[in-house]
Ligand binder design. Sequence first.
Ligand SMILES: Cc1ncc(COP(=O)(O)O)c(C=O)c1O
Length: 306
Amino acid sequence: MAFTKAETIWMNGRLVPWEQATVHVLSHVIHYGSCIFEGMRSYKTPRGPAIFRLRDHVDRLFDGCKIYRMEVPYGREQIEAAIQETVRANRLEACYIRPLVYRGYESLGVDPFPCPIDVAIAAYPWGEYLGKGAAEKGVDAMVSSWRRQAPDTLPAMAKASANYMNSQLIKMEALVNGYAEGIALDATGFVSEGSGENLFLVKKGLLYTPPLTASILPGITRQTIIQIAQDLKIPLIERSLPREALYTADEVFFVGTAVEVTPVRSIDHVTVGRGKRGEITSRIQTEYKSITSGQSEDRYHWLSQV
Ligand SMILES: Cc1ncc(COP(=O)(O)O)c(C=O)c1O
């Protein structure tokens, strides 16, 4: 999906024209993937554009930087303000926001310490991630032959660019085989997550999702769905899930900032439930939409007006 460009990108404290937001080819990040990033959405609400769970995304960004010993040269409030400024300056309502903290241009040894920590924030329009109509019809997925990284290799809790080389293998394998998305198992063979989203399944009225120990990204949407399930009185069980639980589930759905709540209608050509959006998926999806669009009360203060 090509970019719908915006006008400016925030780089190290100032807004620069979109086309000039470039990095030097010898920057550390380009060679070694030394970047922590975020992905969040701003939604159109009756009170104007609002960023969903801004503070939680910024917290995860800073957690990732801490894991990789990257000292962010701005405070959390400054980054939040810069994110809001970027959305405002581009006169965007509903958009996707991509903040990045990365090791810049100074030297090219593996040792990252001499390199500056640069920060950039882009915001641009972005529609349905898994294709038009995916939220209603659901998508076909496969279990990937690629596993998620073992916990003592690349830390899954950090949303680090380098992790997405693994995601790309999963995604490409799915696409060349005719599926919309791949689901990876963790290093021990239990269900982990999609290439860019967390996963839930429903069996006999109970909701299940893999735990953080399954090498998943601690998704903000995942946390949101856990809260929504509690509010809707749908019992949730967080535990290791064997692959076959995907095939025998009544419903499976992906969750993430990009996919929001997207049903999975088949996995490895095995029809999930009745092969269409299930009842619990639908209830959760409706509630998620109603919260993000500012239709229902913002009872957890998840919306930050821009
Ligand atoms: C690998 C992976 N898992 C899960 C998620 C969902 O996380 P969130 O809900 O915070 O967007 C993402 C999206 O960024 C992701 O890339």
